[in-house]
Write a new protein. Structure first.
Ligand SMILES: Nc1ncnc2c1ncn2[C@@H]1O[C@H](COP(=O)(O)OP(=O)(O)OP(=O)(O)O)[C@@H](O)[C@H]1O
Ligand SMILES: O=C(O)c1ccc[n+]([C@@H]2O[C@H](COP(=O)([O-])O)[C@@H](O)[C@H]2O)c1
Length: 224
């Protein structure tokens, strides 16, 4: 089984990495593919450039052979729809291989508003990762879909190529890219929330630092 973690990764952090590891181990996945989007369809575009987000992912994934950096959305024109990504993955891995789309509870809440969600479910399973501060509040339609597709054990995912929904238990880390960007904008260092190599890169590139000093409410502090 292959895990797929799509995201903006602006920047990548330990919330992504630990969640991917918990899914890898908990579901006995062969690998987790990190798939950075190029053009977001559902949120403002990332602050860091595509090249910068890619460099941060390369730094974060360098020592983890089961984590694969998948650049296919970056090479595709137009909005980065997950359905198109899954079709391309199906072409590569064939019709039988179980594909597990790993999504946080926040993303899952809006799943039925994605582009052709039921076609997505024809191509992959959904693995929902609980996330602090994001209780899985389901609309009646999403609740109905869940009841039709629920799967309580990894074995049930392994038995088919896609179409099921499983809630995966994982280490709860209250870390988000938004929080990291906010800390940096306030002149604070987001240490221990993301790999040092990623933080070094952010600081070298002066990423997420407001260009207008009037927008920075606190003076920079070297160690906080
Ligand atoms: N701490 C976390 N725990 C579990 N899942 C997470 C965590 N952080 C991100 N995810 C999930 O990883 C995927 C990619 O997330 P994304 O790159 O948007 O990070 P983010 O921290 O949510 O970013 P932002 O704060 O900019 O929205 C999404 O499905 C998201 O729900
Ligand atoms: O295809 C869609 O319609 C769609 C709508 C919302 C989100 N997604 C994907 O969901 C993944 C997580 O999104 P985000 O905002 O948490 O980075 C990312 O790979 C997005 O491309 C996809």
């Amino acid at each position: 089984m292959i895990g797929l973690l799509g995201g903006t990764f602006d920047p990548i952090h330990f919330g992504h990495l630990r969640a991917a590891l918990d899914c890898l181990q908990g579901l006995a996945l062969d690998q987790v593919r990190f798939i950075p989007l190029r053009i977001a369809v559902h949120r403002p575009q990332p602050l860091a450039s595509t090249a910068q987000r890619l460099a941060m992912l390369e730094a974060a994934l360098a020592d983890a052979p089961e984590f694969v950096l998948d650049r296919r959305e970056l090479h595709r024109d137009g909005p980065s729809y997950t359905l198109h990504t899954l079709r391309s993955l199906r072409d590569e891995f064939g019709p039988e291989r179980p594909l597990c789309l790993l999504i946080g509870a926040d993303a899952y809440a809006g799943f039925l508003q994605w582009y052709r969600p039921l076609e997505i479910l024809e191509l992959a399973h959904l693995v929902v990762m609980r996330r602090p501060g994001h209780d899985p509040v389901a609309s009646p339609a999403l609740r109905q879909l869940y009841l039709e597709r629920v799967c309580e054990e990894p074995r049930c995912l392994a038995a088919r190529a896609g179409g099921r929904i499983l809630f995966q238990t994982l280490t709860q880390l209250d870390i988000s890219s938004t929080r990291i960007r906010e800390l940096i904008a306030q002149g604070r260092r987001p240490r221990y929330l993301l790999p040092d190599a990623v933080l070094d890169y952010i600081e070298r590139e002066r990423l997420y630092v407001p260009t207008d000093p009037a927008r920075s409410p606190q003076p920079p502090h070297p160690n906080v």
